[in-house]
Design a protein around this ligand. Sequence first.
Ligand code: AMP
Length: 606
Amino acid sequence: MRYAELVRAYERLEATTKRLEMRAILSELFLSVPHSELASVVYLSQGQLRPEYEGVELGVATSLGTRAVAEATGAEVAAVAERLKAVGDLGDVAAERLAERGNTGEDHPLDVSEAYLRLLEVARTSGEGSQDAKIGILRDLLGRASPVEGKYVVRFVMGTLRLGVREATMLDAFAAAWGGGTKESRLAIEAAFNVSSDLGVVATTLADGGVAALSGIALTVGRPVRPMLAERAKDLSEVLQRMDGTAALEYKYDGLRVQAHLAPDGTVRLFSRRLEEISAQFPELLADLPKALGAGPAIVEGECVSVDADTDEIRPFQEISRRRGRKYDLERMQEEIRVAMFLFDVLLDKDGTTIELPFPERRRRLEALVQGSPRIRLATQRIVHDVEAAQAFFDESIADGCEGVMAKSLAPESAYRAGARGFWWIKYKREYTQGLADSIDGVVVGAFHGRGRRAGMYGALLLASYNPEKGVYESFCKVGTGFDDAALQALPAKLAPFAVAERPAGIDTGMEPDQWFTPGVVLEVRGAELSLSPTHRAGVGLVRPGAGFALRFPRFTGRWREDKGPEDATTAAELLRLYRTQVRREATEGDDAPGDEPAVPIGRKD
Ligand code: AMP
């Protein structure tokens, strides 16, 4: 196909904003393209050279584009730059210059496949001398282009094509071209796109075999699947109602969603929720996933969070977010920000794809697949049948450093719905708070052995508040953060006078520390907020039967309250006041990053 023909369609597209018209222009275009060139035309029309997840970029800056236009049209770079300032679009400047030179595009006409391959070369040329090589290719392309062809070549390489063709419009056009424009064909096309994330593959399959051939587009290792998304509910009772009374609840880890693809040769590729490849950012996962998943192929999904190396507590989202996008200093970062991936779904294993299976079966396949390790674990899950059980699980999740629960339908229809947001998954988060107004003085009643750098010493302490009404010390947190080396070294001597072999009377906690202490040492901690927990017993029953206060993300402030005896520690009544006065901020509606929505959400049940 001549590049000039493609450009004619571009001009028509640019002249309209109406989706129906765009659909007609595109479907006409697609039907006129030879099959071998169809994928290139699809990518080019989206301003891309390859499916988005491959991240192929042209790497052409304005200065380079300006030089290419100047050299191709025999103008001074300064003159082109000057004109660009006046006109505002380098494509228009190129068209002007080519018209002045009398280029017709007829001497040695460009065709689509050649233009596509040369542009791909521009993208793939890197390293020393690459700028000149890129300019050389562009000069050659522009030298042969008509003014209007030149305009679009330049706009393409500058990333300013602006045809306004969104993914959804492309899918509409495919349905019009090869599916008779029916709703069913549109759905089938969208489903094929959701598992392949590649419009070029979808179009070529349609052109070769029609809508019926789409079922042959299988999940492929290395090609990310558009993620299944969750709806929201106002409370746990609505969650259960929507799931017909029974649901699998899972911890909702507050981290980065990662889709891991394991090839049979042990190679792992990782994709973000937005389908960008992020393999290089997590070398430790590349090393550990093959051990955890055995011989591939496999595609699994999970949430990556940061965990404390010494106490194994889940750390706040801010920590893992420091690993996002990082390319340098990875070794140090791996040490500093330890990562654990909590797997919650499997899309493919060595027996084939699993996305059509109901969720309970997928979870069984996942459990059978995963050989857990400190770095690769299964998401904590519990099947619940009533609100009380759901609430208890929710409280445990918050106490363990998570942000809420993900409820998952167990219905026969609970297949993995790629790219869709629906009530098969419902997220329920607690309101965020802006931290606690005050610090808390806690009494040390137990200690846990350290791991990693803290092996051989105490890694974390169990703290209690005092309940004068009952004369009992009730636990409210396990704290391992905030101790510097000196504080850690000092712990054994400081605590030794209070160490006892058995749990002392008058201590109420759901935790089992490695070492118990009679109440004696008091220290100051701060935390993000107070939540309710069945494990911790501070002020148990004051807000809800069976639940005590738990301090989330506790941190030792460095102050030993030697001025305080255990009975002077913060009391249950004070904790209740703190709990009630916490600054609450509603969970933001759009807690997803802007633009994170799938282009074409399907499967809504609402
Ligand atoms: P959504 O806001 O619809 O994208 O869904 C919530 C997000 O929670 C998912 O995209 C995951 O990144 C994350 N998440 C954390 N824990 C889980 C879990 N157990 N199951 C599914 N998603 C989870």
